[in-house]
Design a protein around this ligand. Sequence first.
Ligand code: SAM
Ligand code: ZN
Length: 391
Amino acid sequence: MNTITITEGTTGVLVPVPPEGVSFPPSAAPVFYNPEMELNRDINVAATAAFVNRLVLNSHRDIQPIDITYVDALSASGIRGIRVANELGVSAVLNDWNEDSYNLIVKNIELNKLFETTTASHKDANVLLHEKRFNIVDLDPFGTPAPFLDSAARSAVDLLEVTATDTAPLCGAHLNSGIRKYSAVPLNNEYHSEMGVRILLGKIARELAKHEKAMIPLLSHATRHYVRIYVQVKKGAKHADRTLKNMGFMSNCQDCGFRKPVFGLAVHIDKECPICGNTTGIAGPLWLGQLHEAKFCDEVLLELEKRLLNTQEKAIKIITLCRDELDIPMLYDQNIICKRLGISASTIYSLISALKKHGYKASRTHFDGISFKTNAEITDIERIMISGRLG
Ligand SMILES: C[S@@+](CC[C@H](N)C(=O)[O-])C[C@H]1O[C@@H](n2cnc3c(N)ncnc32)[C@H](O)[C@@H]1O
Ligand SMILES: [Zn+2]
């Protein structure tokens, strides 16, 4: 296999040269490497660093980063775990069942002289995660993480980090596939990106609960191509019970824009929309609790600011938006409301300030540039939009 050395963060990594004429992501390459995921990996370094700082500061014993174990269970070239080992100094296991990947991981450990802290592993990820506990478990699969969530939930002691690139099943575009993988029914409407994050978090909360573990989401972000979540794990049946109180359903009226979160797993939901009387749609079970912890986002921002990262500016923008977005389900799309009302859209900033002037909470979201969050009901939002007092 032909390889080249690339640099992400402060780490040099050997990755396969893509076959002639093939663009990324190169599914034809013997070992997977996608340069477009550098942003995801940069945020991963900063978020993991912020969490490692917490573990070190909060420990009663005098622990150092080297005492903290991290597993990159689906490593490919090893780039994600190599970066965490090299840039944070934690002890890492880089695993992949593909032989070419395993050989490349070994070379990348050598290249970075990480013999003391880092080992290569050549196993089925589920076997490894069933065998061993790690402080931090990272799942970065092709497509869905669903086949690995049970073993990852068993293995993770403090933090679980998960990427999902199967946004179509998560968001409802591939409905049956999503139902099979996540045991939940999504609605493919204007807030489908947030729906995807909450379906994934809901699945993870239930997987952790099986192992009597609670879930505290610290950071969740979504782009068009993937969802990435960081959840703190806490052992204890009572904690797990409390976590499940954040599960529930979204009731949604596609005709008038009414929506309502309904907490619980066995619930009564009105079929009729209270505003227009049409039949509502239901999504769930899904996570209705927090997507981010603002304090953790601040800690991630500090890490992003002090590190050498190629995607630093973009990463800071995303995490700042995550920190500042209202943490209530679900986002509104200004264009859709305007279309229904037959009016033209203002800027997102003037809409948000108009909502605030009327006494509501309102914020932008990290999901895209045109959506917003507010605690105002749809009828209030429409009234404010129509009143034209947006300036
Ligand atoms: C998307 S790639 C990982 C990308 C990598 N984390 C990165 O940031 O570049 C997924 C990897 O998982 C590996 N894989 C898939 N199923 C696996 C399993 N059951 N056990 C171990 N590795 C597996 C594949 O060989 C592939 O290299
Ligand atoms: Zn309605």
